[in-house]
Design a protein around this ligand. Structure first.
Ligand SMILES: [Zn+2]
Ligand SMILES: [Zn+2]
Length: 60
């Protein structure tokens, strides 16, 4: 099952971006949640997409 981001307001789902051939993950970078490559923040860091004015999150 592919990992997805979910909007906490409306339930919209979005595939996690792929980096280095695997889905990125959410990790704290400098105290803020970011999308981070599974290889680590040294490889790639991206902003979490927003939906309904809020950052999307991993479904519980
Ligand atoms: Zn990477
Ligand atoms: Zn939404």
């Amino acid at each position: 099952m592919a990992a997805k981001l979910e909007c906490s307001k409306c339930g919209a789902k979005l595939d996690l971006p792929i980096h280095c051939k695997r889905p990125m993950k959410i990790e704290k970078v400098g105290g803020t949640d970011k999308l981070v490559c599974w290889m680590g923040a040294d490889c790639a860091v991206a902003e979490i997409p927003t939906h309904c004015g809020h950052p999307m999150r991993m479904p519980a």
